[in-house]
Design a protein around this ligand. Structure first.
Ligand code: 0X9
Ligand code: ZN
Length: 718
């Protein structure tokens, strides 16, 4: 957009190694009044390299800012006068304006020392970013958008609570030897793509001209949501004008400022289909141009901030920026929007299908229909009956009711009286036991805890947990027998009994418990635990499927289960929570990607275990932190177990599949899912030991011995 400084000047500057001085360089504000004037300026722009055009001679330009070297002034003024083009001199000697630009020093480790009426060097800005990250842990996280040609990081940060070129290298508009030929634009674009599915608004800040520009730079055609974007933009510029009366013009790039392609905003809009993309050309309108004086910095920033806030407000009014997942009750999200999996499953009733498809199309979201009629798949679900008193009648390729699972647990305790004791971890809202069992071959062992069925519609969860139980009791496999003997296993297949019953008898897709709230029912028991309760990914609306409840541990199920777990927590080495679906292995926490002490161990062990899971059928799981992998979601059981009880290894399985059947996983996949999961649990134990976890007493003795040897060798050293 800006034209070059004469080549000779640049050469002098580089050759001398000194900072170039602009003494007596003059800034002109030229005011073309007709097309003849414009032509004169356009000829000059295209053919004369001596002048630096700070703004372009575009049709309808109110003014054109041009910088001239002292020796070229006379030629310019003569040309303008000869052609009767009106002009004024804005700055007689721009070096004086440059000298006035106070560069303040940022005081390290003190984010409050940053001033808003000064310019800062890169070093200070980067130091300030680092300090922000430290000053706002969990809110501000550093982001590296790539690397510059000279090897500098393109540093940025994320704030989160829960987007007329030249082929002449001498030109200021030189587009480079090819698209993304430059490290800065290429690496930054790669970075932006990586988060693009979550970008709703992309703002690019430039100066000057007081313009708010919309893509594209080569066409004025109203593409995509052009009129929405224009409408939102103009309203926001109204908000910008309130404070100081600064007037901005909102328009399409090609229309407002000449054709210019290859810009960031065009790419972000076209390739990433970000809904709202704007380019600000900040103050002023040619008086100072790029040398905006310090006393205008703060006012410019303030009015811009006003407009950004209004942009968000208006965008919401026009149906953008809506967190459909936690706000729109018309759709049943079978999975939350998860960055790592790249898909979201949701179920729509017939009457809301059109609205949904329109919304998706409008935002350029691709989709397929996995199931046209969910009821048909529900009717295909077959049940087997468990014969009381006969533990062998339990099948592992079928789903069972709560009654049958509980009867089987009681029968197991009678069949294996020496090693099994029935455990009751409290009662549900409707008074059902939260029934589980303990498998123990002796006292004092470390505990592996299995939590199933906290979300009632995820039927594969209790089925898998029951399979593992059976394996621990009946398998001939040496590794399984050893695992059964080495640890105390505490197993609760259905931790949300009321919901589970409801999903069998009334509503197959029920997720929460069944406590009534007015005309609504149920709290999401995996949002009700007292760890960052209601911080992110949860709802305050009892009608929502992610309702967090009236308070942390407000629900009898989560409260009593947590009390129960606390009584044995110091022996728990591994806690596994079973959900479906999506094929993920998740680690805490639901609102932060900050690496806690054994974060990398947990990822390392988890990924190796998922390698083992994939052996049997090639099923692939992704291992990651909850906040990163599945969106922010707090108040979940594993976060509390890790955060409050400091259990070393804590994982959440999201079992099969990846959205083909979702919660309606067909019977012929139950056993395969259970088998591969069992493989992974064994590998998890194996890897955990290699990393120094889950070691029974013999392991402890070995490390004491090692320390003793260390002390002895130190002594001999001195
Ligand atoms: O959102 C959830 O509760 C789980 N996903 S699901 O689709 N089964 O509902 C993930 C739980 C992850 N753990 C925590 N958020 N603590
Ligand atoms: Zn779940």
């Amino acid at each position: 957009m800006y034209k070059l400084i004469s080549i000779s000047i640049l050469l002098i500057a580089c050759a001398s190694g000194e900072k170039f001085r602009f003494d007596n360089y003059t800034l002109y504000k030229i005011l073309p009044a007709n097309s003849e004037h414009l032509k004169t300026l356009q000829n000059l722009y295209e053919s004369d390299e001596r002048y630096d055009f700070w703004s372009d001679p575009v049709p309808n330009a109110e003014y054109v800012s041009v910088l001239s070297a002292p020796q070229d002034r006379i030629y310019l003024e003569n040309l303008l006068e000869r052609n009767a083009v009106p002009f004024t001199v804005s700055l007689d000697d721009i070096q004086k304006a440059i000298d006035k630009q106070v560069i303040k020093k940022y005081e390290r480790n003190n984010v409050r020392s940053m001033q808003w009426d000064a310019y800062y060097p890169l070093e200070d800005i980067n130091a300030w970013i680092d300090d922000l990250v430290r000053a706002y842990p969990g809110i501000v996280t550093p982001e590296i958008g790539g690397t510059s040609y000279e090897g500098r990081e393109i540093k940025g940060f994320k704030i989160s609570h829960v987007l007329g070129a030249s082929t002449n290298p001498a030109s200021d508009n030189y587009a480079g030897p090819g698209p993304f030929s430059e490290d800065e634009s290429r690496t930054l674009s790669t970075y932006i793509s990586s988060i693009s599915h979550r970008i709703e608004i992309y703002l690019s800040f430039h100066s000057s001209g007081q313009l708010l520009l919309l893509p594209f730079g080569n066409t004025t055609e109203p593409l995509a949501n052009y009129y929405d974007a224009m409408n939102i933009g103009r309203r926001a510029m109204g908000a910008l004008s309130v404070r100081y009366g600064t007037e901005y013009t909102t328009g399409n790039i090609a229309e407002a400022i000449y054709h210019a392609t290859g810009t960031s905003v065009d790419w972000v809009k076209e390739h990433l289909q970000v809904p709202l993309v704007y380019c600000y050309e900040l103050r002023d309108r040619g008086t100072y141009g790029h040398l905006l004086p310090p006393e205008q910095i703060l006012p410019t920033s303030q009015e811009t901030m006003d407009s950004v806030i209004d942009l968000i407000h208006q965008a919401k009014r026009f149906g953008y920026l809506n967190d459909l997942h936690n706000n729109d009750l018309r759709y049943d999200f079978w999975t939350s929007p998860r960055p790592l999996t790249g898909f979201v499953n949701l179920m729509s009733s017939p009457e809301h299908r059109n609205d949904l498809e329109n919304l998706l199309n409008k935002n350029g979201l691709k989709y397929t229909i996995s199931m046209d009629n969910v009821q048909e798949a529900i009717e295909k679900e077959r049940f087997k009956t468990y014969t009381r008193g006969d533990v062998r009648s339990m099948q592992f390729d079928a789903y069972y009711t709560l009654e049958q699972i509980n009867a089987w647990i009681d029968d197991l305790a009678r069949t294996y009286p020496d090693i099994i004791t029935v455990q009751i971890a409290g009662r549900s809202y409707e008074g059902h036991d939260i029934k589980g069992l303990k498998i123990s071959h002796g006292s004092g062992r470390k505990i592996i805890f299995l939590e199933g069925g906290i979300h009632s519609r995820e039927w594969i969860s209790p089925a898998t947990v029951n399979f593992i139980t059976n394996e621990l009791l009946t398998s001939d496999d040496e590794e399984i027998r050893a695992a059964a003997r080495e640890y105390d296993w505490y197993i609760f297949p259905v931790t949300n009994p009321d919901g589970y019953i409801w999903s069998h008898t009334q509503f197959r897709m029920w997720r929460k418990n069944r406590r009534p709230f007015g005309s609504n029912f149920g709290v999401d028991l995996n949002r009700n635990w007292n760890n960052n309760w209601l911080v992110a990914g949860a709802s305050t609306n009892p009608a929502s499927d992610t309702y967090a409840g009236p308070g942390p541990f407000s629900e009898p199920e989560s409260r009593s289960l947590s009390v129960y777990i606390r009584t044995i927590h110091d022996r728990i080495d591994l806690y596994l929570s079973f959900h479906s679906f999506g094929q993920l292995l998740l680690i805490p926490f639901g609102n932060s990607t900050t690496a806690y002490s054994n974060y990398y161990d947990a990822i390392n062990i988890g990924r190796r275990a998922m390698g083992a899971l994939s052996v049997r059928y090639g099923t692939l799981y992704t291992t990651g932190n909850i906040a990163e992998a599945i969106y922010h979601a707090t108040g979940g059981s594993i976060d509390w177990v890790k955060g409050h009880l400091n259990v070393p290894l804590v994982y959440c399985y999201e079992s099969r599949d990846q959205g083909q059947y979702g919660f309606l996983l067909p019977e012929d996949q139950i056993l395969p899912n259970s088998l591969e999961t069992m493989d992974s649990v064994l590998e998890m134990i194996h890897q955990a030991k290699r990393f120094g976890y889950m070691n029974s007493n013999s392991g402890l003795k070995a490390s004491i011995l090692l320390i003793a040897m260390g002390v002895m060798s130190l002594k001999s050293f001195y």
